[in-house]
Design a binder for this molecule. Structure first.
Ligand code: ADP
Length: 488
């Protein structure tokens, strides 16, 4: 309760080991989606702010103050950082919820908790990843060094700022890189806070810098910089495209993208536990108000089960408590922004105009609070070519499509430009494995939705992106291979 009302100090950049207030760009308001009020301000970073931060990261990398620290020492600092994040978990979670609207139950699990776990995971690997000796013929020695890639630019979104931020920061810092991080305009506060905690943990100045502000200004400056070696991004496909262009027009920095999805959740009539499938499917699309990159936003149901499944799902959706994200009983909190809410509603309006059936939801609710809330929405009769079946909504709107055969399910599932996540519900083991092979996606869940932990990679195929977050594979983005070829 006290945290809910605590005044929030204005955010600041964190550059070269110091908090920096707004410079030439002034400040921008941070609107809380809980009630539409102004929570605080953050600096509206300028191109120059970004360049100063990149310069600091460049110097910190080039002088080896981080990359040449003994691995055990780097590990110790990162572990200390994770400990400080855990120690401040409640404060961070509440601050994050006030900033971005995610329900507190989810935020507590997915935000500080998972950020600390992620940093710990990579910290523990710091002194366990070495190079290779190549199997050369006699007379030569081939050594493969793994070196930190340099200065990393990280541009992250607002739906899970700490979790996704840590997916980039953990392996980048563990690998020995330095970082300039740009949080999303509507979710900067917790990332600023953990950057301060990193300094407290002993991370040398300039190793982790945070610059807040607009994507088109700060983000562009990072993407176009000649001094950034690797760019990592989670966000929209449109921005991802711009980042690749910026790389091509500057220094050909490597660009790793984690973009959107239109992930199919495929329910066969022989699903082992119908109630579980209903509950987990609802969770897969409605948690965090659908603002999840791997959200199961297309439900494909075998025709003979379609009506019964939709009926149960609609009942379940109507029972979900939407509202105040700081209330622990809330199942889905606020939509992140007015803009996002309007975008969600436009998708529903279009479906309505096409004669699709809005089984439940479809509207803005709790308008009297001043906050941005939307009822969990289920739309049936959606055609495979509808915009609702092909484009990412990033809101609590589920498109339902029936199918008759396995082949048809695969064709619909693969029929979008995206390929991030998917799920298959069936009791037939062979079919489950067949579907895993046939669906073009980075992760396929079987008889569940979501929940894949840190030990496995997450990354998309097709226009959902390239490269992977999580697991030891994530290191590859932040390392360069260098060969030493020695004549003996
Ligand atoms: P969304 O539409 O979900 O907000 P974006 O891709 O716009 O997704 O945002 C993800 C992140 O990308 C945010 O931090 C945002 O500020 C940043 N961003 C937006 N536009 C650009 C751009 N042109 N260049 C670099 N970063 C950008």
């Amino acid at each position: 309760e006290a945290l809910r009302r605590a005044p929030v100090a204005p955010g600041s950049h964190v550059i070269d080991g110091e908090r920096r207030q707004a410079s030439g760009g002034g400040a921008m308001d941070v609107i809380s989606p809980i009630d539409g009020s102004i929570l605080t301000t953050i600096p509206r970073g300028t191109r120059e702010d970004a360049e100063i931060a990149i310069g600091a990261a460049r110097r910190a990398f080039d002088d080896g103050r981080w990359s040449e620290l003994a691995p055990a020492e780097r590990k110790k600092i990162l572990l200390k950082w994770a400990e400080l994040i855990d120690a401040n978990a409640l404060e961070l979670a509440v601050l994050g919820v006030r900033d971005n609207g995610t329900e507190i139950g989810m935020a507590l699990k997915a935000e500080p908790g998972s950020a600390a776990a992620t940093i710990r995971f990579y910290a523990e690997a710091v002194d366990k990843i070495g190079g290779e000796i190549a199997p050369t013929g006699p007379g030569n020695l081939g050594l493969v060094h793994r070196e930190p890639a340099g200065v990393v630019g990280a541009i992250v979104p607002w739906n899970f700022p700490l979790m996704i931020g840590a997916w980039k920061l953990g392996p980048a810092l563990a690998a020995g890189c330095t970082v300039v991080l740009k949080p999303a305009e509507t979710a900067s506060l917790t990332l600023i806070r953990i950057a301060e905690l990193a300094l407290e943990a002993g991370l040398p100045a300039g190793v982790l810098n945070v610059v807040t502000g607009e994507g088109a200004v700060v983000g562009e400056a990072i993407a176009r910089s000649m001094d950034v070696d690797v760019l990592v991004f989670t966000g929209s496909a449109a921005t991802g495209r711009r980042l690749l262009e910026a790389s091509a027009q500057s220094n050909l920095k490597r660009v790793y993208l984690e973009l959107g999805g239109k992930s199919p959740n495929i329910v066969f009539a022989d699903t082992p536990n119908l109630d579980e499938a209903v509950k987990v499917s609802a969770n897969g699309i409605f948690r965090n108000s659908g603002q999840v990159c791997v959200a199961g936003s297309r439900l494909l149901v075998e025709r003979c089960l379609h009506d019964a499944f939709v009926e149960k799902l609609a009942e379940h959706a109507q029972d979900l408590r939407v509202g105040d994200p700081l209330d622990p009983a809330t199942a889905a909190g606020a939509v992140n922004s007015q803009r996002q809410l309007e975008q969600n509603l436009a998708f529903v309006e279009e479906a309505r105009a096409r004669g699709r059936r809005i089984v439940t939801g479809g509207d803005r609710i709790l308008q009297e609070t001043g906050g941005y809330y939307m009822a969990p929405t289920i739309v049936t009769g959606v055609g495979p070519d509808d915009r609702l079946a092909r484009e990412e909504v990033f809101g609590p709107v589920l498109a339902v499509l029936p199918f008759d055969t396995e082949d048809e399910a695969v064709a619909i599932a693969n029929g979008t430009d995206y390929g991030l996540a998917a799920a298959v519900w069936t009791a037939d083991l062979s079919r489950a494995h067949r579907m895993v092979r046939r669906i073009r996606a980075g992760v396929v869940h079987v008889n569940t939705y979501g929940g894949a932990d840190l030990t496995v990679p997450l990354g998309g195929v097709k226009q959902s992106g390239n490269g992977h977050d999580k697991s030891l594979h994530a290191f590859e983005k932040y390392l360069n291979l260098k060969t030493a070829w020695i004549k003996l």
